[in-house]
Ligand binder design. Structure first.
Ligand SMILES: Nc1ncnc2c1ncn2[C@@H]1O[C@H](COP(=O)(O)OP(=O)(O)OP(=O)(O)O)[C@@H](O)[C@H]1O
Ligand SMILES: [Mg+2]
Length: 290
């Protein structure tokens, strides 16, 4: 029996409103049982429902090494889980697809292509006509604050600028799902904040009603960007709780600098590190998937 009361012989039908469903996902790197094998994540279950009309930002938050990149790569179709099922729009994931844009943890532009061609790359593969691709790429480059850099090579850009290129590229094919793997981890605090504001701006005028799935180990970043936070334990990563967080706005930013969300941060810490008293207080605020 699985948690929703079905057997392996009668698999659950896909949740029709779900854009992403992970069912009992586990990932072991190496040969299971071998001395050097690593269980990265265990029994990961969650459903993200499509939210037409508003879009959303789900954040996976957990300590370094708890399997956040592993979960995102499984959703992206870049690696296969060792157990369980992953469905996107009700279909089993068989590999990467243009319906899921990805921004990687390390800078990942094509070094031999200029900024415009980097952003256009996926659209070329998808067969978007050249004129339309150029127009869309130019608009995205403007939107991420890089107008004027179209002809520059990634090597001549700063880390923050390269991640802007990666974000523009992930948006180019207008995917319904944008996967962001700790994209700002290597940036200085000021640039990181600017980039968080950029993502908040994309969410605010989310004309495509996209679902952002954002991975981080930074609690403040999670609280600022998330509509909902999935909290993971240390490795092997398991989901130890879910919380709602305020929509990212200038108000949220200011409230955070006044420490107004310290309470939420403390609850997250208690979830991860299992402080019993704090976890008790917390249980009222846990918002588990129905
Ligand atoms: N290709 C691999 N081969 C073997 N072990 C791996 C591989 N990829 C990840 N791991 C291990 O799996 C665990 C989870 O890794 P993962 O990269 O998913 O964690 P993470 O939460 O993204 O960490 P970080 O916050 O440091 O990016 C780690 O212990 C890591 O060493
Ligand atoms: Mg990672």
């Amino acid at each position: 029996m699985d948690i929703r009361g079905t057997t392996a012989d009668s698999p659950l039908p896909p949740d029709e409103d779900a854009i992403i469903e992970l069912r009992r996902i586990g990932k072991v790197y190496g040969q299971p049982g071998a001395e050097d094998s690593v269980t990265a994540v265990q029994d990961i279950n969650f459903t993200i429902r499509d939210l037409p009309g508003s879009g959303q930002c789900r954040v996976f938050l957990g300590p370094s090494g708890c399997g956040k990149s592993t979960i995102l790569r499984i959703i992206a179709g870049l690696i296969e889980p060792s157990s369980g099922e992953v469905l996107v729009n009700g279909e089993p994931v068989k590999g990467p697809s243009a319906d899921r844009g990805m921004v990687f943890q390390s800078y990942s532009s094509f070094p031999w292509l200029n900024v415009l061609d980097n952003v256009r790359f996926g659209m070329d593969l998808a067969g978007v006509p050249r004129g339309e691709g150029d127009e869309r790429a130019a608009e995205l480059i403007r939107r991420v604050g890089l107008a004027g850099t179209e002809k520059m090579l990634p090597a001549n850009l700063s880390g923050g600028m390269r991640q802007r290129v990666a974000i523009a590229r992930s948006l180019a094919c207008r995917p319904r799902i944008i996967l962001m793997d700790e994209p700002f981890g290597a940036l200085d605090p000021r640039t990181r904040r600017d980039m968080q504001d950029l993502v908040a701006g994309l969410l605010a005028d989310n004309d495509l009603n996209q679902t952002f799935v954002f991975v981080t180990h930074d609690i403040d970043e999670a609280i600022f960007l998330a509509d909902r936070i999935h909290v993971l334990s240390a490795r092997p990563g398991r989901i130890v709780g879910e919380l709602e967080a305020p929509r990212a706005t200038e108000y949220t930013r200011n409230a955070m600098s006044r420490g107004e969300y310290q309470d939420l941060a403390n609850r997250i810490i208690a979830m991860i590190y299992g402080d019993d008293d704090a976890a008790h207080v917390l249980s009222d605020h846990l918002l588990l998937e129905e």
